[in-house]
Design a protein around this ligand. Structure first.
Ligand code: PHE
Length: 344
């Protein structure tokens, strides 16, 4: 047994001596010190050694095992350093090189405008409507009837509104005002919400009109809501959205669901009010319709118009974006032309 141990020791020492790198040293370690090595098998054979010889053989095995382990570790350290130094010399990084350009996508200009407007109205105390109360696929009742549209109103005509051919009364909403009645039936006043989204109109497409576009609806219902507040809120919105320098005007108008009604125009950015094709030579562009909620609408959703009043407004997102950035064709928003989108 002792001879066998010494023999293995000599062999192992010779092989450690011969090892030239981490890999070959690892092989030696496996061969002599791993669990299945011959040396380890000798340790397992201890139980067959006569008792009086056990201390001697045992300590010899330990001594040799420790000696081999520390020799291998020592050499391992040297090889590791050597290989690391070689690697560091070879793999130099030039930190002055330019980084690789990774193009990044970004938010669509219309979504940017919506986000901006939502932020402004949040600041003015309006919160976002629950999207469930603002569906794009709608029934006539919410888009028209509860908004005080007479049965024969021209907007209800197939030429203006997209009707579903397989289900009666189902339409693509023509205005975000569809959210008004839903919100008022769902929530007791005070109500102060905005509702952004897509709307659809059966119109011929041109530089100024698309049959899909975006609106942001606003609705404020409480005791003692006044027209002055409506003006104040919308003027403040315009100031915050455009900066203070844009001339605007309030014009009286008509909507079935507001009384009195107004429209707000902003001076045309293309011609600075002088008149051009974009503004049909008027010098002004309409950005929103608004007014005091008609008492008939309040009654229709069981809110007492003697106690409560409200105002509503609906603005065109494309128009507002075109006016801010001097974009002269609405179709640019929908063509997905990167040369256009990249500029935002
Ligand atoms: N829904 C109207 C439109 O699409 C705008 C509007 C909204 C007017 C709210 C008054 C009140 O033209």
């Amino acid at each position: 047994m002792e001879n066998k141990i010494h023999q293995i020791e000599q062999e192992a020492l010779a092989e450690i001596e011969k090892a030239t790198d981490l890999k070959s040293l690892e092989n030696v370690k496996n061969k002599y010190l791993s669990r299945n090595s011959e040396f380890n098998n000798l340790k397992k054979g201890m139980k067959d050694i006569p008792n009086e010889k056990k201390p001697l053989i045992g300590s010899l095995l330990n001594k040799v095992s420790q000696k081999l382990t520390s020799l291998i570790d020592e050499k391992n350290q040297i090889f590791y350093q050597k290989e690391l130094n070689e690697k560091l010399l070879k793999e130099k990084i030039d930190i002055t090189l330019d980084g690789e350009y990774i193009p990044q996508g970004h938010v669509h200009p219309l979504s940017q405008t919506i986000n901006e407007i939502v932020d402004i109205f949040n600041y003015l105390g309006f919160s976002l409507i629950d999207p469930k109360l603002s569906p794009e696929v709608e029934v006539e009742k919410y888009n028209f009837d509860l908004l005080n549209f007479p049965k024969e109103h021209p907007a209800k005509d197939m030429q203006d509104t997209f009707y579903c051919t397989s289900a009666k009364n189902v339409i693509l909403r023509s205005q975000t005002s569809n959210a008004q009645a839903r919100e008022m039936m769902n929530t007791k006043p005070p109500i102060k919400i905005i509702s952004p989204g897509r709307v659809y109109r059966n119109e011929s497409v041109s530089a100024r009109k698309n049959n899909l576009f975006h609106q942001i609806e606003g609705l404020y219902v409480d005791k003692n809501v006044t027209m002055t507040q409506l003006k104040g809120v919308l003027n403040e919105f315009i100031r915050l959205y455009f900066g203070s320098s844009r001339p605007t005007r309030f014009r009286s108008s008509y909507f079935p669901f507001t009384e009195p009604s107004v429209e707000i125009d902003v001076q045309c950015i293309m011609c600075q009010g002088k008149g051009c094709p974009t503004c049909s030579n008027t010098g002004w562009l309409e950005i929103l319709g608004a007014g005091m909620v008609d008492p008939n609408v309040l009654r229709g959703v069981n809110i007492d118009p003697e106690v409560y009043s409200g105002f509503a407004f609906g603005m065109g997102v494309e128009r507002l974006t075109m006016l801010k950035y001097a974009i002269d064709d609405i179709r640019l928003f929908f063509n997905n032309d990167e040369r256009f989108l990249k500029q935002f």
